[in-house]
Design a protein. Structure first.
Length: 576
């Protein structure tokens, strides 16, 4: 096997010493302040392994929880909400267990337990169809009804939700779902209080355990079971569920030993969950475990994918340490894992991202592009911003443009340009409708590097996701190698990464075939790569050739320092 296709080449080591350049401050008036720091072992893989091993008694399971990565997994990429939610529906309610059937207890193929955690939930979230904004009718596949049917079949369930402080929309929707689940689960659904009002519990995970381990699975990615998320690859919504006409996202489905580590992530978070609206003691409803007997019977290899679980957990404050919060020092494996993967890039880095705000990842990419003169950065992101201008939307655009200036290594806002000269290709997605030009909201959090490494999860490209939010992301390297091309040269690449990139690019470009295995050759089909970038956003919208359009970064005014202080308050509190 070529060195570049081995999991050790891309993944973090359990005992490896890591020294990173971390930003210690930032300014809208000058360069960022940075320093080189040693990342302590207790916030890396070895630190969490000790805690995870305390969750189980079976020795073989303990050994799996201590591994830096697991092999023999089967990983499936589910692109857009329809694929994810319909697949989840089938796993929650196998064909014979649909609501139309007679409910007759539990057999060996029924789910033993279901674990769900997320940033946002919606009681009317239909798993098999989009709910029109104008419709008040409850869908037959609404999330609470599906979960209630699974419960009636004998499943045990735990639901962990972020106690979202947003007073409109997100907060009330989540609260109504949690209240409904508390009725069903008899106090097994818990609202999680954040570390402080400005820090999110942002992990998105669903775990389904069956009595046969090989049938158990977990989902991790960018998609909550929330409003807006249901869409298909054509992105032809004519009526939004809420505010968005289209929604592009990615979720990974995992079977194998990696699922046990995802179980441990949930169990650790559940153990630490703080009661807010629920009166029952959490000790009365611990997270279920697999039996040692079933664990020993598991197949050693279900698929060919190697998987590394990466997390961000913010460091506890002084008051939280006095309350003995779990992982008081936090975890930094997302930032460290991304830094290592970026440092290995040779041909291209492909990112799909909701925000793309200036952070250390921009520094790492810029450093690698300086060394590798042929390395390209290709970005697909939300063309607009969900935050209103008066509430920080302009500042969000400033942070995005600051990221692009950093990777181009230019200081002035008008100094850089996109395309072949700077090897930076940013795009937004739009619907194909001639008169609408509706933006497709890009919510995915994805890295693909050199058709060999894939990372999908909840972590955004911003300082918050690297330092203070709770995040979970999966790094994937496929053990199945195929022939490919990178920059015109034959190369061995990983089947999973290559297939996922090609599927995404065919969706975005609106073509049945890309015509080449070489991503750099295919890049020539993207708008603007021939040196004809639109000069303004409206011109980009008017280009009807593909879903994918040139994104012109906002070059707006620098905002008042008090707005910067307000938006970065939580990060400063964390650093103090």
């Amino acid at each position: 096997m070529s060195e570049e296709c081995k999991p050790e080449y891309w993944f973090l080591d359990v005992d490896g010493e890591i020294k990173l350049t971390i930003r210690t401050g930032h300014s809208t008036k000058g360069p960022n302040l940075t320093r080189r720091v040693d990342i302590p072992q207790n916030v890396l893989l070895s630190g969490r392994a000790a805690e995870w091993q305390n969750l189980l008694e079976e020795k073989a399971a303990k050994a799996t929880l201590a591994k830096p990565y697991t092999s023999g997994n089967e990983v499936t990429a589910l692109i857009d909400g329809k694929d994810f939610m319909s697949d989840l529906y089938e796993e929650l309610l196998p064909e014979k267990d649909k609501p139309k059937d007679d409910l007759q207890g539990l057999d060996e193929e029924d789910p033993d337990f279901i674990l769900i955690t997320g940033w946002e939930f919606w009681k009317r979230r239909a798993l098999c169809e989009r709910v029109p904004k104008s419709s008040q009718q409850e869908s037959m596949s609404a999330l609470p009804d599906v979960l209630n049917t699974a419960l009636s079949k004998g499943a045990t369930m735990r639901v962990l939700s972020f106690d979202n402080p947003i007073p409109v929309g997100v907060g009330p929707r989540t609260t109504s779902f949690v209240e409904a689940m508390n009725v069903l689960l008899k106090h097994s659904a818990v609202l999680v209080a954040p570390h402080n009002p400005f820090v999110s519990h942002h992990q998105k995970e669903v775990f389904i355990a069956r009595s046969a381990f090989k049938e158990s699975c977990a989902y991790v990615g960018g998609m909550d079971l929330a409003i807006n998320r249901w869409d298909d690859s054509k992105h032809e919504k004519r009526e939004p569920e809420d505010l968005n006409f289209g929604w592009h996202d990615i979720q990974l489905k995992v079977r194998g030993d990696a699922a046990l580590q995802l179980w441990a992530n949930f169990a650790e978070r559940w153990k630490d969950a703080r009661k807010k609206t629920v009166g029952a003691n959490l000790l009365d409803c611990p997270v279920p475990r697999w039996s040692a007997k079933e664990w020993k019977k598991r197949p050693k290899e279900i698929g060919k994918q190697h998987v590394q679980v990466l997390r961000t957990v913010g460091e506890a404050g002084t008051r939280e340490r006095r309350r003995d919060r779990f992982m008081a020092d936090g975890e930094k494996t997302v930032l460290c894992g991304f830094e290592k993967a970026i440092s290995k890039a040779e041909c291209y880095i492909y990112i799909e991202e909701q925000f793309l705000w200036d952070c250390e990842l921009a520094d790492y990419i810029a450093a690698r592009m300086k060394v590798k003169k042929d390395l390209r950065l290709i970005i697909v992101m939300t063309a607009g911003c969900e935050i209103p201008p008066d509430l920080g939307g302009d500042y969000a655009f400033f942070l995005r443009h600051a990221f692009l200036r950093t990777v181009m290594r230019v200081q002035e806002r008008d100094a850089g340009d996109y395309g072949d000269e700077y090897r930076v290709y940013p795009y937004g997605l739009y619907q194909l409708e001639r008169d609408g030009h509706n933006e497709i909201y890009v919510h995915s959090k994805l890295f693909i590097i050199d058709d060999r490494y894939v990372a999908v999860g909840s972590a955004n490209v911003d300082r918050r996701s690297m330092h203070i939010e709770t995040e979970i992301t999966l790094g994937v390297v496929d053990g199945k190698l195929v022939d490919g091309k990178l920059g015109g040269k034959p190369a061995k690449v990983c089947a999973f990464a290559k297939d996922l990139r090609e599927k995404l690019w065919k969706e975005h470009l609106g073509v049945p075939s890309l015509g080449s295995d070489d991503p750099i050759e295919v890049l020539k089909q993207f708008p603007g790569t021939g040196g004809t970038w639109p000069i303004d956003p409206q011109e980009a919208r008017n280009d009807q050739k593909h879903h994918l359009r040139c994104y012109i970064a906002y070059k707006g005014r620098l905002l008042q320092e008090n707005i910067c202080r307000l938006l970065d308050r939580s990060e400063r509190e964390w650093r103090q």
